[in-house]
Design a protein around this ligand. Structure first.
Ligand code: ADP
Length: 453
């Protein structure tokens, strides 16, 4: 079908006298409408036609005008008008493409077709416009044949109407543009104001953050200094206290010695009281000293490849003496071989002893159990008991210095054991965690890296 419309012209007309210009203009618009050009484009091509027709009438005494519809290389259709001058134009004499008229159409120029020079113009048909069928075109041709060409006055009236409509549109577009420009200027002012405000707020916030950081630095320096002096104070005081307390214990022992003068029963009881209080005090002083040492980083690790089995054996032996309640069984499970771990044997022993000791202190019946197992590159030690358990909200607090669960059975102690144990485990490169609930016993988990801290 694409070849057929190109072969046969849509319409042929002759331009000979002034009035033909109006007819060509009118017909051009009608053809453009039939092939699907939009209203604006119909007016544009009709205007271009009448301008070129006027030129050719003057230069060559007229032309034969033909309209075609072509399929373009871009797959779109084009309405083409060829105006062949009745007397040939000298080459290069007429160059319509250089004028303002050329802007009304897609292409406008002088072409030579089979030796004949023609002025050719074309306009693209919108992609969504259906191309008229051959039947529609034939119908259109006969329709055009029937309609008598309008008079020049009619066409002028139509042209005037179109001009007014075009002017109206230009005016309304200009008004719209003015409104848009005003809105744009308004928006710009708003954006600028917002930008300025944001910049100011940002600067303000920045100043605040800088001040906050300075304060934070100062506070953390103060905190560090306070913590250092606390550790120094603890270390000094406990060191100074140790000698007199040890002396009191020694003197008490001397007083009750069989070689000394005998004491009355009451005196003996009081001296025993002094000795046991002094022993408690020494215990507290020693724990304070240990903690101060750990906190000030004065504990040096002595790493070696430790076999856990002898360590467990020793714990079993030393703690049996503390397991005085017949209702409580102490179970130290034998770790499965090879039970090797690179760590500080003394510190590990202190941690486990501390946890087992707590278990034995707080458990009234049931058992206290130590077991170890290896998982990947870590060893986990679990110290579990069937004691009173600890409420979840206290799990962090019991690792604070001097904290003891209120209302729990008073069994002595200082509240320093767990913080010290956690310090040591951290030094060894591990973690110390707790799972416990009141009434369900407690389990402390020590996790250490196999390869050492
Ligand atoms: P101390 O045992 O000298 O009081 P710790 O720091 O070792 O100090 O423990 C702090 C507190 O945590 C204890 O006073 C006790 O209230 C609680 N606690 C520790 N271990 C257990 C346990 N196995 N079962 C129940 N409560 C425990």
């Amino acid at each position: 079908m694409t070849g057929e419309p190109a072969a046969q012209p849509l319409l042929q007309m002759a331009l000979r006298v002034e009035q033909d210009i109006f007819v060509i203009r009118q017909r051009g618009r009608e053809v453009a409408a039939v092939v699907g050009l939009e209203h604006q484009d119909q007016v544009r091509i009709a205007t271009a036609l009448s301008e070129v027709a006027r030129d050719l009438l003057g230069m060559s005494g007229g032309a034969d005008v033909t309209f075609h519809i072509d399929a373009g290389a871009d797959g779109r259709h084009h309405l083409r008008a060829d105006l062949a001058p009745v007397t040939p134009l000298p080459a290069g004499h007429y160059q319509p493409q250089s004028g303002a008229v050329s802007r009304l159409v897609d292409t406008l120029g002088v072409a030579t077709v089979e030796g004949v020079t023609v002025v050719r113009m074309s306009r693209r048909v919108p992609a969504n416009a259906p191309i008229p069928t051959p039947e529609r075109l034939a119908e259109f041709r006969s329709e055009l044949g029937r309609i008598a060409p309008a008079s020049a006055l009619d066409e002028l009236t139509a042209q005037n109407g179109q001009l007014i409509a075009a002017l109206d549109e230009v005016r309304s577009q200009r008004d719209e543009l003015a409104v848009l420009n005003e809105e744009l200027a308004e928006t710009n002012r708003g954006v600028l104001a917002l930008y300025n405000q944001l910049t100011e707020e940002l600067e303000e916030t920045n100043r605040g953050v800088v001040a906050l950081y300075a304060e934070l630095d100062e506070k953390s320096a103060q905190l560090r200094a306070a913590s250092e002096s606390k550790s120094r104070f603890l270390a000094n005081v406990s060191h100074e206290l140790r000698a007199p307390v040890t002396a009191i214990i020694g003197l008490g022992r001397l007083l009750t010695d069989s070689a000394s003068d005998p004491l009355t029963d009451e005196q003996g009881r009081q001296v025993d009281l002094i000795r046991s209080s002094a022993a408690d005090l020494l215990n507290l002083v020693n724990e304070l000293l240990d903690l101060a040492k750990a906190e000030s980083g004065r504990i040096e690790l002595d790493l070696s490849d430790v076999d856990l089995r002898p360590v467990f054996g020793q714990l079993r032996g030393t703690l049996r003496a503390l397991a005085t309640r017949p209702e409580v069984e102490l179970v130290v499970e034998e770790p499965s071989a090879p039970a090797l771990l690179r760590t500080d044997e003394v510190l590990l022993g202190q941690v486990l002893r501390n946890l087992l000791h707590n278990g034995l202190k707080f458990t009234e019946r049931g058992e206290v159990r130590l077991r170890a197992h290896r998982q990947g590159d870590r060893w986990t030690f679990e110290v579990s008991d069937t004691g009173p358990g600890i409420a979840p909200e206290l799990h962090d607090r019991i690792f604070e210095e001097f904290y003891q669960v209120p209302g729990a059975t008073r069994v002595g102690g200082t509240g320093l054991g767990l913080p010290y144990a956690r310090r040591l485990v951290t030094l060894l490169g591990g973690t110390l965690q707790l799972t416990s609930e009141p009434g369900r016993g407690s389990t402390f988990h020590v996790s250490l890296p196999v390869g050492g801290a």
